[in-house]
Write a protein that binds this ligand. Structure first.
Ligand SMILES: Nc1nc2c(c(=O)[nH]1)N[C@H]1C(S)=C(S)[C@@H](COP(=O)(O)O)O[C@H]1N2
Ligand SMILES: [Mo]
Length: 297
């Protein structure tokens, strides 16, 4: 190909743009996030924060790989430039938001327990904003009862999506009842450990619902939809006997193949007793009043 001066100029501009970004951090949003202030969490429950190294390497991100080490390697080349999130379904006005739109919400640090359904746990200092702030800004129609989230589907960026035998039926989908989504503990996270989210942990934007098993906290979201009917979620579809829609952390309700009574604390030598609603019972139990938690697991 013959490179015209215009082409060269364009290339140079691209290069300069990328170069400047990577000097500061790794992507364009990083600059913004570092410039923004977030309200620090005073950690009044004195949770012991997991080592950052553990939180960024002991991960589950099946789109890359089910193998944690392979996933960390594959995540290294994942880019989040020009990230967009579609807002669809039962809203007055469907639209597409970019990261600038999200970074306008009040950012807070939230130190939360994370309990994976595989019976391990961590404590992660997220940075994000309350999902309810986004919902309130959207003119959601009264018929909407659920909110559905979808992860990026891109075979050129997610190795398992390109595989002949993908582990899951992609794109990864998760959902909440609208009142769960409106709960002040539910956040959309854009950072952790005082920095922007890395690709390993769901960059550039992911859900965090601390009283539910980790798989509800869907990573790298590209679509948010408001629905009337309860959406079918990825893990429910994968195995409805093992994974329910609610997936609230519950030490009394065993996974069919293992107990959920205790958890391994990553980065520690001991196990701890798993708490109902992952320790957030006081805050969230009212959402499930009168519901049989064994039936609605
Ligand atoms: N899109 C997507 N989101 C996902 C997953 C995934 O494989 N793909 N894994 C889930 C699981 S099982 C857990 S425990 C948490 C882990 O979050 P972390 O790796 O940031 O600790 O992400 C959840 N979100
Ligand atoms: Mo998990």
């Amino acid at each position: 190909m013959k490179i015209t001066p215009e082409k060269l100029f364009e290339k140079r501009r691209e290069f300069i743009k990328l170069g400047a970004g990577s000097l500061l951090a790794t992507s364009l949003i990083n600059t913004k996030l570092e410039a923004l202030n977030f309200i620090a969490d005073d950690n009044k429950n004195e949770l012991k924060i997991s080592p950052e190294e553990a939180a960024t390497t002991y991960i589950n991100f099946y789109e890359f790989s089910t193998n944690k080490r392979a996933a960390v390697e594959l995540a290294k080349s994942f880019h989040t430039r020009d990230w967009k999130v579609e807002i669809k379904g039962l809203v007055k006005e469907e639209k597409t938001l970019n990261m600038d739109d999200f970074l306008k919400f009040k950012l807070e640090e939230r130190i939360y327990r994370l309990r994976c359904v595989e019976a391990w746990s961590m404590v992660i200092p997220w940075i994000g904003f309350e999902l309810r702030a986004l919902i309130e800004s959207l003119d959601v129609l009264p018929e909407a009862k659920y909110i559905k989230f979808t992860t990026l589907f891109d075979k050129s960026r997610f190795a398992d999506q390109a595989s002949n035998f993908p582990v899951l039926d992609y794109p990864y989908v998760e959902a909440l009842r609208l009142d769960e989504a409106m709960h002040p503990l539910t956040i959309l996270a854009v950072g952790m450990y005082k920095k922007p989210l890395g690709a390993t942990n769901g960059a550039p934007i992911r859900l965090v619902v601390p009283w539910k098993y980790g798989f509800k906290s869907i990573k790298s979201i590209v679509k948010i939809e408001f629905t009337k009917e309860q959406p079918k979620t990825t893990w429910e579809l994968y195995n409805p006997k093992e994974y329910g829609f609610y997936s609230n952390v519950n030490p009394q309700v065993s996974h069919p193949r293992w107990s959920q009574a205790e958890e391994r604390v990553i980065g520690e030598f001991f196990t701890r007793k798993t708490e109902l609603f992952n320790g957030y019972e006081k805050e969230v139990a009212h959402l499930y009043e009168g519901m049989d938690l064994r039936k609605y697991f």
